[in-house]
Write a protein that binds this ligand. Structure first.
Ligand code: ADP
Length: 534
């Protein structure tokens, strides 16, 4: 199971007939409702899991919120309540930060050997694997993503990320530094202290792992605020982390709303570092909250409007499939989605026709149903925002090739939508839609497409599809983006750094680069008493 990571899943998608590849290619036609059918007319499938944890997780214990308040978390398939979850506010954030502070200042976690810390993380990964399908079912229920994607890609990836960081725990150390003079100089790499972490709803478990993995490997304590749309999976897996032996208070999980619990965490004077993933607008707010409080360093992973550039030499069928995946994966709810599909004029007409045919084949339906590629959008707010963008695309003169409407009458399903003849200034080409809406733009020259691809305030990712080494070398150097995928997309190995240029963020997550977010570097200088032995 663990080996079925997203990278292999995608790289196999052109050649393999495995179930995972079929999931992406949508060729599994048995017992599938086709695009355009009224998905919500059928009764939703009963999720194969019970909700066990709805309280806040503070100091290793599940507790009610201080106010006693709860909020409903909703099933995106129906808009109905799954469970009522404790609603954390500033008092709960205070309680969680105190617990984390105590765990860091007085508890065993930062003092235990790095090997012991790594063994706890390894046991956690084993428990994740053991409960793979329950975790995946909870994620699908709360988020609406296809169960096969959650069970075969995301939960195994969660375990993989935790093992990756377990591997780092005992390899973090400082340097011996040569000095101009009779001094012994060394650097100590110390944990920062209490990390505040705020995560979004589109990949609740992966964002959880990207945040807690490096923080724990470096020996920090954490207060994590989940997204109000998807509080359930983090509570479930965090209980497993305690079962694996995490000392009390090292990870505290607070469910609640952004402007209340999130803002309290971002502005807390006793939080030493903040990591945030979400919209650029909220990223600006949390940065300001940090600067108005204690200047805690902030890592930001924000929005994107990533170009996906298909050169004239591309195999059109493969380009269509990859561009489709780059945009529609996870209901289009990816910050790095290839949401500006630039196609060379020589292959443009063929590409548009085939992109439309591919979207019409996309399997939309109850995410618990086998073979479904696309579930509902996360909530009514996102659904309405996406529908407005579709309307604006039509009104601004783009050609609606397919989709454009709600699917069914219940829940937040949207038809896979393709626009051609998109112009650079249209809102569908400049704004982050975060939904299943592909915008296809025509280009005829490499310099022109570089200029247009970079003409955005975002710089999270880019895709390039070409057989030419010269095109590859030119584009990979010219594109202003934190990741450039060439002839592939959305490859998210644990070791590959991820983050944005420009207003797509600050800092990098995953890989070796993520560790520096959670470490202080202390220089230690001692005189050498016998310079003869310098
Ligand atoms: P989206 O628009 O995709 O929901 P947000 O940036 O609003 O993205 O949300 C991402 C995360 O940021 C969520 O956990 C949310 O609760 C949190 N959040 C939203 N507003 C604030 C805020 N004012 N301060 C801190 N966190 C916030």
């Amino acid at each position: 199971m663990a080996t079925r990571r997203i990278s292999s899943l995608i790289s196999r998608s052109f050649s393999s007939s495995s179930a995972a590849a079929l999931l992406l290619q949508g060729r599994n036609s048995r017992s599938i409702r086709r695009f355009g059918t009224a998905v919500a007319a059928e009764e939703p499938i009963t999720p194969p899991v019970k909700v066990e944890h709805t309280q806040l997780l503070i100091n290793g214990q599940f507790v009610d919120s201080a106010s006693g308040k709860t909020f409903p978390t909703l099933d995106p398939r129906t808009g109905e309540v799954i469970a009522h979850v404790a609603e954390g506010d500033s008092e709960d954030i205070n309680r969680a930060v105190s617990a984390a502070r105590k765990a860091f200042d007085e508890g065993p976690w930062p003092k235990m050997t790095a090997y012991e810390r790594s063994r706890i993380l390894l046991r956690f990964a084993d428990l994740i694997e053991k409960h793979n399908d329950e975790i995946a079912a909870l994620e699908t229920w709360d988020n609406g993503k296809p169960f096969e994607q959650a069970a075969e890609v995301e939960v195994p990836m969660l375990a993989r990320l935790i093992r990756y960081y377990a591997g780092w725990a005992d390899k973090i150390h400082g340097l011996t530094v040569p000095a101009d003079g009779p001094y012994h100089v060394q650097t100590l790499h110390e944990p920062i202290g209490v990390a505040g972490q705020i995560i979004p709803w589109n990949f609740p478990l992966l964002m959880y792992a990207w945040k807690i993995g490096p923080a724990l490997a470096c020996g920090n304590a954490i207060v994590l605020k989940t997204a109000e749309q998807t509080p359930l999976s983090a509570l479930y897996v965090s209980k497993l982390l305690y079962e694996a032996g995490l000392p009390a208070g090292v990870l505290n999980v607070v469910s609640g709303f952004g402007p209340i619990a999130g803002a309290a965490l971002a502005s807390h004077m006793d939080v030493d570092k903040l990591a945030f993933t979400g919209s650029t607008a909220t990223g600006k707010i949390v940065l300001e909250l940090s600067s108005k409080s204690n200047l805690k360093p902030v890592t930001l992973e924000l929005g994107g409007k990533s170009p996906f550039i298909i050169c004239e030499d591309a195999d059109v069928d493969q380009a269509v499939e990859l561009a489709h995946f780059a945009l529609f994966f996870n209901q289009g709810q990816c910050c790095c989605a290839g949401s500006r599909t630039f196609v060379h004029e020589r292959v443009y007409d063929e590409f548009v026709e085939k992109a439309k045919a591919r979207a019409l084949k996309r399997v939309v339906g109850d995410p618990f149903k086998k073979g479904v590629e696309q579930g509902p959008q996360i909530d009514l707010e996102q659904f309405e925002k996406i529908m407005k963008f579709i309307k604006s695309g039509i009104e601004s003169g783009a050609t609606l090739e397919s989709g454009g409407e709600r699917l069914g009458s219940k829940g937040y399903y949207i038809q896979p939508t393709v626009f051609s003849d998109v112009k650079d200034g249209m809102a569908i080409a400049t704004e982050e839609i975060f939904g299943p809406v592909q915008s296809i733009l025509k280009f005829n020259d490499l310099d022109e497409v570089i200029r247009r691809a970079n003409a955005t305030r975002y710089g999270l990712a880019a895709g390039v599809f070409t057989k030419s080494l010269d095109n590859t070398n030119t584009l990979t150097r010219a594109l202003k983006a934190g990741t450039v995928w060439v002839n592939c997309f959305d490859i998210f190995d644990a070791a590959i750094p991820f983050g944005g240029y420009k207003m797509s963020g600050q800092g990098r997550e995953k890989g070796i680069y993520s560790l520096q977010n959670y470490l202080q570097v202390k220089a230690v200088v001692t005189p050498l008493k016998n310079p003869a032995w310098l």
